[in-house]
Design a protein around this ligand. Structure first.
Ligand code: MG
Ligand code: ZN
Length: 216
């Protein structure tokens, strides 16, 4: 009996992710894989980000969701090209799913591709999608123990966006502890506090994003 363990599945996924990466590289498209729990504010972060990038980059979005196109519609309202992927129960996007969606965009008209992954702090961390970087959104309402509980996602992320900071006075969330634990786990991670509601920190997030695009 042949037993396909997770490692084999990840290896097959990585090969397709490498193909995606080389397609995007040759089209000079920078790709950001956005991760985080349901309700972390991934879509809202994109809503705060995309209109502010319009002057500099032509952006497109792949929306990953278990069901519905609710978030895809929010992206369409921003007048960016959107492909919605419904995983129909699947808890993460995989490279084969993204590979199919890539073909739906005109990559010659695209500088920046955002992939909003399925809301999940666990297995989304392990499936490469051909992205240049992973960005994880963690909201202050989720609790400040997530770095230690779900280390892989923070280990694999280039940026940790702490969202909904306008709610900090109402919740027990020790920002300094989270930033310290994230840096201890992954010294390369950038920690950016933002509030999409007030706009606080959004400029820092955009500057950081711009810096990574520039050196790619
Ligand atoms: Mg969303
Ligand atoms: Zn999964």
């Amino acid at each position: 009996m042949r037993i396909r363990v997770a490692e084999d599945i990840l290896k097959a996924n990585d090969l397709i992710a490498q193909d995606i990466r080389s397609i995007l590289d040759s089209a000079r498209v920078f790709c950001v894989n956005i991760l985080g729990s349901p309700g972390a504010g991934k879509t809202t972060l994109l809503e705060a980000t995309l209109p502010r990038l319009r002057e500099r980059y032509r952006a497109a979005v792949i929306q990953g969701d278990v069901e519905t196109s609710i978030d895809g519609e929010r992206m369409e309202a921003l007048h960016v090209p959107v492909v919605q992927i419904n995983t129909q129960g699947g808890c993460h996007l995989s490279a084969p799913m993204v590979s199919g969606a890539i073909g739906d965009f005109d990559l010659t008209e695209t500088d920046l591709l955002f992939i909003e992954n399925v809301g999940n702090l666990v297995c989304t961390a392990s499936f490469a999608l051909g992205e240049d970087m992973k960005v994880t959104a963690l909201s202050v309402t989720e609790g400040d123990d997530k770095i230690r509980k779900y280390p892989t996602i923070f280990l694999n992320s280039k940026v940790l966006v702490i969202t909904k900071t306008d709610l900090l006075p109402h919740v027990d969330f020790d920002f300094d502890k989270v930033a310290r634990e994230a840096k201890l786990l992954n010294p390369d991670i950038h920690v950016v506090p933002v509030s999409a509601k007030t706009g606080a920190g959004i400029d820092n997030w955009l500057a950081l994003l711009g810096k990574h695009i520039a050196v790619s």
